[in-house]
Design a binder for this molecule. Structure first.
Ligand SMILES: [Zn+2]
Length: 55
């Protein structure tokens, strides 16, 4: 993997529920919404952005 991950770990993806920004967790396996705090799985580097899959 050669892609650099921004130090701030902020993505351009927004929460499908409340449209707030998302942040990766420490080990980049989850995205957490900064608004409603729902968590979304990241599978093989691809976030699963489905409201019904939110934790
Ligand atoms: Zn949200």
């Amino acid at each position: 993997m050669t892609d650099m991950i921004p130090a701030k770990m902020v993505t351009t993806i927004v929460c499908p529920i409340c449209h707030s920004g998302l942040r990766f967790n420490e080990d980049f396996t989850k995205l957490r919404c900064t608004g409603c705090e729902k968590r979304f799985r990241v599978e093989d580097g691809i976030p699963v952005m489905l409201a019904q899959e939110a934790e």
